[in-house]
Design a protein around this ligand. Structure first.
Ligand code: ADP
Ligand code: ZN
Length: 731
């Protein structure tokens, strides 16, 4: 219907809002507005920011007449959201089965960036004044004599007077005022500073990637190379080329961005400035400045965590995903998406190349290379001839420590030898706290969380037991909460704190550093810790997975994996792959420079394929075997998976919802539904949880199948159904 010509003056305009709606809403605009325009509109009594959207397949019968539409309140002073970005929002919503508006929300999450940029008033020296001056005024003018521009506050503070004096001088013209934007532009990176001279292998990879950048077409490639082979240096070349030959932007996604001060340092060495950062540790003002600079195209290089993918780039010339295998690229709350996969989608919509870098690429990526969808560039050696560390298994069945201790004599000796050579040691144990379980010797009680099906973890420094899933905390009890007997509670199993205790006994002289998310609480503490290790103020580092990420410590030669079997339990599809990646990363910290490295893996299963692959250094064999197993069971990357997680506070309701889902399953060729089964975390934060797993052929239309199923099932009061496409976590 065409009602734009009738009595109501205005244009029907689609506006997508950052609220969980599946489609844009209609508004009235006095002028035609281009898609992508940022606007403010009324919605149920409040004003919200939104984006003018393109035509959207709507239902005509539901269309309100023009006369009843609300009017767009304001056009916001922000460059338009580009068409590739709008298609990206639609793509992610469609793929993850999320409401369109929920995906847009990940872009529109900095309201302060959508207003006129804030300004402040600066004062500097003006005309000479002949009138008599007060003492206070004279001292202000004396400070201003240097001609520098300052805020009233700064100037007043420097002169030791009140702000009013400065403003008064401004009014009489003795000081000149200028309004400047609070957010200064970011300094521009310089692509032409010289990087290191690349080796022939590095050159070949860099050349190919620079060619892709010049072609400015979608081209995914895997940059694979052992830890320390120079992957970062190589993709820096591609970034430099993108700066040189385009005026567009570059996005680098890193896991755990806050902990990578070493990466940032290398970046500034190479490009002469710091990159624009985007992650959860930014202040509101930093966020506003960065978001705005990205939208205006002024921020040329952005390095960020997965959420940076939703920044409003003007145009992307290149995306890099470093450590592409890392599980932290998967967002497990809200819109469930894998930033690595969505980065590939975004690159294709932007028609830009994308580089996935890793020493241990995910099997999905390996498979995409095998199918010819991704190019592959390989760096076979560590830079500078440093050898890969020698890896040795310690069989805990025969060579383990006495009971109640966790460091085997072989590992102890190796550490001692390293310290004697003035080298450093690292003990890796992916368990925070003192002990993962507290047990009552009197009644057998294991202290668990009232909200989750999980044990409480003892944190001895803080004298607390804590649930690592919901944060529930109690003071460490003296008597058993079940039987009330005193003095019979004992810790069971080791965490890093308990390891520290043991190391203090074995090495009373050694300087220890414990790195976990409990001790590394901010980017600043991370920097301090790393500086300490670099300046050799630390002999032994004890840490969880946060020490595995990309660090380069030349004196670190001895790495001990305290429990190499830890990640293999639990029946997770990717348990083997993950464990391999993690242990290879830890091992990769050893002997990165002149001094050779040794890695000791304490294990009860030295014959396990993961251990065997690590010991022999034969990743190819491991990948081959793992692929074959996945193929046998049609598991990713050969088939597709989706999980449905049904949850709610009342067990009965959740079971009802599961029954309804069960009854509405449609038998379609190429799909198989497993479940429902109680989730491994059958209770989480007070919610009961059940899981369905949908297995589909690679070519099957998984999303369509799920959408139809959910419509048939309808809703059940008191139960929530969450869809997780390509699940990474099976908890
Ligand atoms: P990766 O990212 O593969 O782990 P890096 O890029 O971090 O490897 O390189 C490891 C170390 O070797 C870094 O300190 C890096 O500066 C250095 N390096 C790599 N390639 C070269 C080169 N061609 N010339 C000089 N130093 C290099
Ligand atoms: Zn809990």
């Amino acid at each position: 219907m065409n009602d734009n010509s009738i009595s109501v003056a205005g244009y029907r305009t689609k506006v997508l809002l950052p609220v969980p709606l599946a489609a844009p809403l209609d508004y009235l605009s006095p002028l035609p507005l281009a898609a992508g325009t940022f606007v403010k509109v009324p919605l149920t009594g409040r004003l919200v920011n939104g984006i003018v959207w393109d035509e959207f397949p709507g239902r005509d019968d539901k269309e309100l007449p023009l006369g009843r539409l609300k009017t767009i309140e304001e056009i916001l002073p922000v460059p338009r959201l580009t068409a590739p970005h709008r298609r990206f929002v639609e793509w992610v919503a469609n793929y993850t089965l999320s409401p369109l508006g929920a995906v847009l929300k990940m872009t529109l999450n900095v309201p302060a960036a959508l207003c006129e940029p804030p300004t402040r008033r600066l004062y500097h020296k003006g005309e000479e004044i002949t009138a008599r001056l007060t003492e206070a005024r004279r001292s202000v003018l004396a400070v201003a004599e240097d001609g520098e521009a300052r805020t009233a506050k700064e100037l007043a503070a420097a002169a030791g007077v009140s702000d009013a004096v400065v403003r008064g001088l401004g009014q009489v013209g003795a000081l000149i005022t200028t309004e400047v934007e609070v957010d200064q532009p970011f300094e521009q990176p310089d692509p032409n500073r010289t990087g290191p001279k690349l080796t022939p292998y590095q050159c070949e990879a860099a050349d190919a990637m620079c060619r892709d950048v010049r072609a400015q077409a979608f081209q995914p490639s895997l940059l694979e190379g052992v830890t320390g082979s120079g992957k970062t240096e190589v993709y820096f070349e591609a970034i430099a080329e993108a700066l040189r030959v385009t005026d567009q932007q570059i996005l680098v996604l890193l896991p755990e961005i806050a902990l990578t001060s070493q990466w940032l340092k290398r970046f500034s060495d190479r490009f002469g400035v710091e990159p624009v950062e985007w992650h959860s540790d930014l202040s509101m003002a930093q966020r506003r400045r960065a978001w705005r600079a990205v939208a205006e195209g002024q921020a040329r290089i952005v390095v960020g965590a997965r959420s940076a993918l939703f920044l409003p780039f003007k145009g992307l010339a290149l995306i890099v995903v470093d450590e592409e295998h890392d599980a932290s690229f998967k967002q497990e709350e809200g819109v469930l998406y894998n930033a690595r996969d969505m980065a590939v989608v975004r690159a294709s919509l932007e028609d830009a190349p994308i580089i996935l870098a890793s020493a241990t690429p995910s099997l999905e990526t390996v498979d995409n290379v095998a199918r010819g969808k991704y190019a592959r560039h390989f760096l076979p050696h560590r830079h500078g001839g440093a050898d890969l560390p020698e890896i040795e298994a310690i069989d805990m069945r025969t060579d383990g420590p006495p009971s109640g201790r966790w460091i085997s004599p072989i590992l102890e000796d190796a550490l001692r030898a390293a310290l004697d050579r003035d080298e450093q040691g690292l003990l890796f144990l992916n368990r925070r706290g003192y002990a993962p379980l507290t047990l009552c010797r009197a009644c057998g009680e294991r202290i668990d969380c009232p909200n989750c099906s999980a044990w409480l973890v003892e944190h001895r420094y803080r004298r607390e037991l804590q649930c690592h899933h919901c944060g529930y905390t109690i003071p460490s009890p003296e008597k058993c909460p079940a039987c009330g007997v005193k003095g019979k509670l004992v810790p069971s199993g080791p965490g890093v704190e308990r390891l520290e205790e043991e190391i203090r006994i074995l090495f009373p002289e050694a300087r220890l550093l414990v790195m976990t998310s409990d001790t590394v609480t901010s980017p600043r503490t991370a920097r301090q810790f790393i500086a300490k290790i670099e300046s050799l103020e630390v002999d032994i580092i004890i840490g969880t997975q946060i020490v595995t990420k990309g660090y380069h410590f030349p004196r670190l030669t001895c790495v001990g994996v305290v429990d190499a079997d830890l990640g293999l339990g639990g029946g997770d599809l990717r348990a083997g792959e993950r464990t391999f990646q993690q242990l290879e990363q830890v091992a990769g910290r050893a002997g990165r420079s002149k001094r050779p490295g040794h890695v000791y893996m304490q294990t009860f299963m030295p014959e396990h394929p993961v251990a065997q692959a690590l010991l022999s250094g034969d990743r190819e064999a491991f990948v081959r075997e793992e692929m074959a197993a996945r193929k046998r069971y049609d598991m990713p990357p050969f088939g597709r998976l989706a999980a449905l997680i049904v949850s709610g506070p009342k067990h009965e309701r959740v079971r009802q919802a599961c029954n309804k889902l069960r009854q509405t399953i449609q038998n379609v060729d190429g799909f198989e539904v497993l479940g429902p089964v109680p989730a491994p975390l059958a209770r989480l934060k007070g919610q009961f949880r059940y899981r369905f797993l949908v297995k589909a052929k690679k070519t099957a239309l998984l999303q369509d199948y799920l959408r139809r199923w959910l419509v048939r099932c309808g809703s059940v009061k008191g139960a929530r159904i969450k869809v997780d496409i390509d699940p990474q976590s099976f908890a």
